[in-house]
Design a protein around this ligand. Sequence first.
Ligand code: CU
Length: 86
Amino acid sequence: MRRLIMAVATGALGLVLSAGPVLAFQCPTLIKQINDAASNRFDAGAASAKAMAAEADALHKAGKHAEAVAKADEAAKAMGLKLMKK
Ligand SMILES: [Cu+2]
């Protein structure tokens, strides 16, 4: 029984540890997609998307990757962009 609990706990820890770097790597690619798409657009949606992409970048640099991804999603939605995710 104790061994089973250890196995479950180790598995969950591994999942948490492996999720971090993947998200960390994903933020810049999401932010880049938004900035690339917004760079040749001058409408209000693209402007607010650019501002949100900058916020997402700041969150990413602060280590808040999940929040950065959420902000990138919001930015993409603001300009009607579909993000390519891994
Ligand atoms: Cu990140």
